[in-house]
Design a protein around this ligand. Structure first.
Ligand SMILES: Cc1cc2nc3c(=O)[nH]c(=O)nc-3n(C[C@H](O)[C@H](O)[C@H](O)COP(=O)(O)OP(=O)(O)OC[C@H]3O[C@@H](n4cnc5c(N)ncnc54)[C@H](O)[C@@H]3O)c2cc1C
Ligand code: SF4
Ligand code: SF4
Ligand code: SF4
Length: 380
């Protein structure tokens, strides 16, 4: 069986099990892991044969990937997207052809879950990055039913979610297109729950809206913006907001993100999108700080789809290797922060910002507490 530290929580094993004896169960931080009911298991090994991590094969050549800087020609959609809005252009094309688009959305409590939509009116639910691991629920089974009914499906998610879906489906479908992104890693759902709880307590009101990618101070200086029922608004840049700091210094990512097996330059998805960080150095003339996507076309299907939508996009071809210094997650996993275990043990016990700051500049007492925790956990 796959070591727990490498499991991405994609759920492919759970969906494929013929005896229905694998449940996805949350750990102390809300990350889902498979749990086998040994009384029902018939040792058929289908779960192991399906797991995309256990069956990972390296891919090397990058010559077949087309790399572009891309932006949607509609300024409103670009403003409301994380980077250049390429996802919206692809999704609109699929929805106009009566297809179904799957992606990560907030539910009414701002928990992040994968949903399927079939109307352009619902597209904004999927727009913008949500920096929390999304719960896939039964999305893989729903996608399979849609595909077998002959519907056109666009499935979007992290590279490990895409590979989980492809492994689960077992065979290629002409009517399926997949889009993933360059992935820094996914924060723990329970860390997000705690941060929301502390924000609600400070503002004495329920949350009505969350935007992790508010561009009012520019794309490169994006903010987390949270609106409350009493009219209060919290807005803080990614450099200053404690939740975004914890994410970006790698305090709360899933274990598998630190050894991510999905860092191949050629992704299994048809299309990969990302923020085009570094465009101000690589091609400054096309940077207006309103958001630009890095667009990688990995398959012929991806290339055809972008050709069909190119009237709605502005594309500039770029040498992919120029992007690596500015977006390290393209080629290597995020590095685990030395105080991650301490953080995960402490974030509910004090003010969230104080705990993050204590990990950034640890005092003598914090160092001692961390050492005691390491001894307790048997890490040293
Ligand atoms: C957790 C996470 C880490 C990322 N790390 C990097 C990085 O290191 N470098 C980089 O350049 N870009 C990264 N991105 C991608 C980037 O933030 C944008 O999503 C990308 O530039 C596409 O933007 P867009 O303007 O085309 O569309 P948008 O409208 O912003 O795209 C939204 C798409 O993202 C999907 N999505 C949103 N949140 C999640 C989630 N939690 N899980 C799965 N899918 C989700 C939606 O389903 C939808 O398909 C990351 C995104 C996420 C969610
Ligand atoms: S070995 Fe077969 S029956 Fe047992 S958990 Fe895996 S898929 Fe299910
Ligand atoms: S199939 Fe997915 S959820 Fe199951 S063990 Fe492998 S990575 Fe984990
Ligand atoms: S960093 Fe790797 S393991 Fe983590 S969510 Fe992204 S693709 Fe999955």
């Amino acid at each position: 069986m796959l070591p727990v530290k490498d499991c991405t929580g994609c759920g492919a094993c759970s969906h494929i099990c013929p005896k229905n004896c694998i449940n996805m169960v949350a750990d102390n931080n809300g990350f889902l892991y498979p749990q086998i009911n040994n009384d029902k298991c018939v040792n058929c090994s289908l779960c192991e044969k399906t797991c995309p991590v256990l069956n990972k094969h390296e891919q090397k050549s990058i010559t077949s990937v087309n790399c572009y800087a891309a932006k949607v020609n509609n300024d409103g959609i670009r403003h409301n997207s994380s980077s250049g809005g390429v996802f919206s252009v692809i999704a609109e094309k699929v929805l106009k052809n009566n297809g179904i688009v799957y992606g990560a959305a907030f539910d009414e409590n701002f928990v992040v879950k994968h949903i399927g939509i079939s109307s352009i009116d619902d597209l904004d639910l999927l727009r913008r990055s949500k920096y929390v691991q999304s719960d896939l629920n039964n999305a893989f089974s729903l996608v399979e039913s849609n595909l077998k009914e002959g519907k056109t499906v666009l499935f979007t998610g992290t590279p490990c979610q895409i590979e989980g879906l492809i492994a689960y489906l077992k065979k290629p479908y002409d009517n399926l297109t997949t889009v993933d992104f360059i992935c820094h890693g996914v924060p723990a759902p329970d860390v997000w729950e705690e941060y929301k709880k502390q924000l609600k307590a400070k503002h004495k009101a329920e949350i009505t809206k969350v935007n992790f990618r508010d561009k009012s101070l520019g794309w490169k200086n994006f903010s987390l913006r949270v609106e409350f029922h009493n009219g209060n608004v919290y807005c803080n840049t990614f450099k200053n907001d404690p939740y975004m700091k914890a994410f970006l210094i790698n305090l709360d990512l899933r274990n598998s993100c630190y050894t991510c097996k999905f860092k191949n330059i050629i992704h299994k998805s048809d299309i990969t999108v990302a923020d085009f960080w570094g465009i101000d150095k690589i091609e400054p003339s096309i940077d207006d700080d309103k958001g630009l996507s890095l667009l990688l076309l990995n398959t012929d299907k991806g290339k055809v789809l972008i050709t069909e939508t190119e009237n709605n996009l502005t594309l500039t071809e770029i040498d992919i290797e120029k992007t690596f210094p500015y977006n390290p997650c393209i080629i290597k996993p995020s590095v685990e922060h030395n105080f991650r275990q301490y953080f995960l043990n402490s974030y509910t016990k004090d003010d969230f910002g104080n705990v993050v700051d204590s990990c950034l500049k640890p005092s003598y007492i914090t160092r001692l507490k961390r050492k005691a925790l390491q001894i307790k956990n048997g890490d040293i």
